[in-house]
Design a protein around this ligand. Sequence first.
Ligand code: S3P
Length: 216
Amino acid sequence: MKTRSGKTAGAIPRSHVRSNFPRQPITDLRANAVFLVGFMGAGKSSVGRALSERLNWMFEDLDDRIERRERRTVAEIFRQSGEPAFRRAEHSALQNVLDGLRDGARIIALGGGVYVHSNNATLLKSAGVPTVFLDAPVEELWQRCCNQASDAGTDRPLLRNPEQFRELYETRCRSYAKASLTIQTGGRTVDEIAAEIQQKLGLKKIELRVAQGEVE
Ligand code: S3P
């Protein structure tokens, strides 16, 4: 199956988790997960991966989970079954992620449409997990998506033309703004943004232990 690899810049594949993460005793799920929301091109996957590296938390992109569960790419789901079928798969994958939060601390990048659908926003709200809206000027979002399409062949079914893109962005912004935290990403590096999220949410790094019991 062809994956959506290349959505994030750089050589790191969009796989979901590193396998050697320590299991932590978890008392409060709210301190154990961060969900990144925002429009296409906002940098949810690249910031999510950088933040997970700072914290030694796991990283997951919800679209990757959808693709594994459906055994086809997001673009194929849209093409073969239509957007409503994709939204059903998306909701079910989100539920599945929330059900598994006790398995370890993680950062989850959500596709651009997740948080604007009220059934998903309600799920996230009732789980009590923090959501972070990554925003940028719409022209920059469009440019980033076009660059990813030409550099990495990233196939976004809803990336059609600048007018439609802007209209969808403006329609969705009201929903994104309900996230726990909004971060402006325009003209900033991924690391700066990850550091700001860590600091504003007071996220704690997990210390990894090597085989002999030393703390890294
Ligand atoms: C979508 C955004 C995509 C992907 C799907 C639908 C949207 O994810 O989930 O193509 O509705 O905005 P990204 O936001 O990660 O590109």
